[in-house]
Design a protein around this ligand. Structure first.
Ligand SMILES: Nc1nc2c(ncn2[C@@H]2O[C@H](COP(=O)(O)OP(=O)(O)OP(=O)(O)O)[C@@H](O)[C@H]2O)c(=O)[nH]1
Ligand SMILES: [Mg+2]
Length: 692
């Protein structure tokens, strides 16, 4: 059946790796009677970790979607991966949901990935809440987790459910909103009266929840001040409003493995979870202007492709979030982004990999179109003649790169096609052929992501691949002025070749690249040969005299020359200029330049010292440092050559908790041993240049 917009809720389950998201998702489906028996992640049979790579590794790698139909509502849940390598899939689920539920491991409190995800949700102004999990564990500490949330996020989480008992004595949760207790156990939780020994904790929590509800609505606040209490219905109304306005951050307690805290969570989301109707979506108009539009079922169809996946059985799957109107099966739509018509055939919703056909999807809902002809992630589909497009996903830049090639030349095409597909499926993954270093370089969020993609290509395509650390794009430049002259003279059968070029070269400030100055007076080189001279200079700069790297930041001034009325040609001047440039460069104290990157590292404060000393060993210059809630942010400039394996190094220094971002900063000179090694590594490099 199809649900109307006001009866749809979209929830992203996100949080640090291993906090229990997939287990919670499985228990939500169990409590919602979608599955008869919940499976464990270890069994490899959960609904949401269904791909081969997830079953092998026992972690989530892709975002999975499922839904619980309850109280005439459809609750869509996204189970997202926790590792920062797969952050692209988490962000796409944030884009498509109205509520971010951050799962906290009750044994460790707030972990670093969760902090990054909170910031992302904050940037999107999405309502968010917490599920404090694993409270059955001996090492779990509910109060510490709650205090940690307060400190790290500078927010006041208000418990909607609270735990009964601790560790081995953990018994279940109290639903503070509805005044019921739920005991942990193998079956779906059933409500019971609140035990006497928990009544005091319940009363105290209820007081806070009523206050939070009153904050959401002025008339409720007056009533609360007058009467000192609110009815459950009034509390719902107040909490819905407070949540939509970010005044209220709900927290839930539970144990996913013990099926505990799941039913009251479902109840809360069904009754008070943010509705798509309160969400605003950003669109880019035809003139490039940004504006915000509400999700609206009454407008003509407009939808966004949030994800593309390739399935062994169903082929291409395009995940669609409907923003306006409705999407019907067997209809025509326009793919505005590609400027093409798209025939919509069957449409589906899903429980993990299991597709369920539906006739239509209303605004706010998320579904899947299979085998589409034109759809790509981030495309906008419309039914009318709207010309706007929805804002594409904003994703972090890749931080880890490797060079790859197929071992057998004949497999290069297969590799190329697989890389195109991988980049379509995961927008944080890129590939690019670097003509300068003659390598295919693939980049992503970390070693794990890259290895998983390469493994999938190896086994799926049955090809052998070879990977290397990518070559660095060094440059060469000069440090002082110099001059040179060169005469190109050749006597062949017919016409000879003749051209003489006199030039001066001088260093330019860093980043200015190249300037060509024609300072010839009196026609020593006729005007029509000047383009040939410049071509020669450009060719000379393509391969410097130290290690054949491109030359940058040089001014080249042509001061004099000589021509021959019969034998001169553009080619003669080109060859003369190229050689004159190389001769001049040798006199101008050439030096190698290396790329320097801007690096920002996020680590728990306890690792700060180790990270700093590692960076100084990597020739890094620290520019700044901040710390918020136990997380340090370090900004530094570090040579690219030192960062090629940084995602691996940082992982080992910080036990996998640190993360970083990088971007190109500038080029800087290198000398001594480092330069000698670079020069040595280029021995035998062949330059192909025309002599004719
Ligand atoms: N004791 C205890 N263990 C739990 C609980 N929930 C999950 N676990 C265990 O924690 C481990 C990780 O659980 P997952 O559900 O895979 O965690 P996740 O957050 O989905 O992990 P990623 O998707 O890889 O980020 C598994 O061994 C679970 O059995 C819980 O409530 N209590
Ligand atoms: Mg998972």
């Amino acid at each position: 059946m199809s649900y109307t917009t006001d009866n749809i809720k979209n929830v992203s389950i996100a949080g640090h790796g291993g906090s229990g998201k997939t287990t919670l998702f499985e228990r939500l489906l169990f409590a919602g009677s979608v599955i008869a028996k919940p499976e464990t992640v270890e069994s490899g049979k959960t609904v949401s970790d269904y791909t081969g790579e997830e079953i092998d590794r026992k972690i989530s790698i892709h975002t999975a979607l499922g839904h619980v139909d309850i109280k005439d509502k459809k609750l869509n849940f996204f189970d997202t991966p926790g590792s920062s390598d797969f952050t692209g899939d988490v962000i796409l689920s944030f884009r498509a949901s109205e509520f971010g539920l951050l799962v906290i491991d009750g044994r460790s409190g707030v972990q670093i990935e969760t902090i990054k995800l909170w910031r992302n949700l904050e940037g999107r102004e999405k309502p968010r809440g917490f599920f404090i999990n694993k409270l059955d564990d001996e090492k779990a500490d509910y109060d510490h987790s709650l205090a940690d949330i307060k400190e790290k996020f500078k927010c006041e989480p208000v418990p909607v459910t609270i735990p009964m008992g601790k560790g081995a004595a953990y018994r279940g949760v109290i639903d503070v909103l509805n005044g019921k207790a739920y005991s942990a156990g193998d079956g779906v939780e059933a409500a019971s009266p609140i035990p006497d020994d928990c009544k005091a904790a319940y009363e105290a929590a209820r007081e806070k929840l009523i206050e939070a509800a009153a904050e959401g609505d002025d008339t409720l606040m007056e009533k609360y001040i007058d009467q000192g209490s609110l009815s459950p219905e009034e509390m719902h109304t107040g909490l819905i409003e407070a949540l939509a306005e970010h005044k209220f951050v709900p927290s839930f307690a539970g144990s996913a493995v013990k099926n505990s805290g799941v039913v009251p969570l479902i109840d809360f989301i069904a009754d008070a979870g943010p509705s798509p109707l309160t969400a605003k979506d950003t669109i880019t108009g035809p003139d490039g202007e940004l504006s915000k539009v509400p999700i609206d079922p009454a407008k003509p169809l407009a939808a966004l492709v949030i994800k593309t996946a390739y399935d062994q059985f169903s082929g291409k799957l395009s995940w669609i979030k409907i923003i306006n109107g409705k999407l019907g099966a067997d209809s025509e739509a326009t793919n505005v982004s590609e400027n093409k018509k798209e025939r919509i055939g069957k449409i589906y919703i899903c429980q993990g990999k299991k597709l369920e056909e539906v006739r239509e999807l209303n605004a706010g809902d998320v579904g899947i179109i299979t085998k589409s002809a034109t759809l790509r992630t981030n495309d906008t589909i419309t039914g009318g003649d709207a010309s706007f497009t929805f804002m594409p996903l904003r994703l972090p830049e890749p931080v880890h790169s490797v060079a790859v090639n197929a071992l057998a030349k004949k497999d290069e095409d297969k590799l190329g096609e697989s890389l195109v597909r991988a980049a379509e499926e995961d927008k944080t993954f890129r590939y690019n052929f670097n003509a300068e270093t003659r390598e295919t370089v693939i980049s992503g969020m970390g070693e794990l992501q890259i290895n998983i993609i390469l493994d999938k290509i190896r086994t799926g395509q049955k090809i052998e691949l070879e990977t290397r650390i990518p070559r660095i794009a060094y440059r060469e430049t000069i440090q002082k002025k110099a001059g040179a002259e060169y005469t190109h003279k050749k006597q062949t059968g017919g016409h000879g070749q003749y051209g003489k070029v006199v030039m001066e070269i001088a260093p330019l400030p860093r980043g200015e690249n190249y300037q060509f100055v024609n300072a010839i007076f009196g026609g020593a080189i006729p005007k029509n040969y000047i383009p040939g001279v410049e071509k020669g200079v450009v060719e000379g700069m393509a391969h410097g005299t130290m290690a054949h790297y491109p030359v940058v930041d040089v001014e080249v001034k042509i001061t004099d020359g000589k021509y021959h009325p019969v034998d001169s040609s553009e080619l003669s001047f080109k060859l003369a200029a190229r050689n004159a440039f190389r001769d001049a460069m040798k006199q101008a104290t050439p030096t190698l330049l290396e790329p320097i990157m801007n690096l920002t590292v996020f680590v728990e404060e306890k690792y700060l010292g180790d990270v700093m000393s590692d960076l100084s060993g990597k020739r890094g210059k620290i520019h700044g440092q901040d710390a918020v809630g136990g997380i340090a942010e370090i900004r530094a400039e570090v040579p690219h050559a030192e960062l090629l394996r940084y995602s691996i190094d940082l992982r080992s220094i910080t036990s996998g908790t640190g993360s970083f971002s990088v971007g190109f900063a500038h080029y800087a000179p290198i000398s001594g041993r480092i330069a000698e090694d670079v020069i040595k590594s280029r021995e035998g490099f062949k330059v192909t240049e025309t002599e004719e």
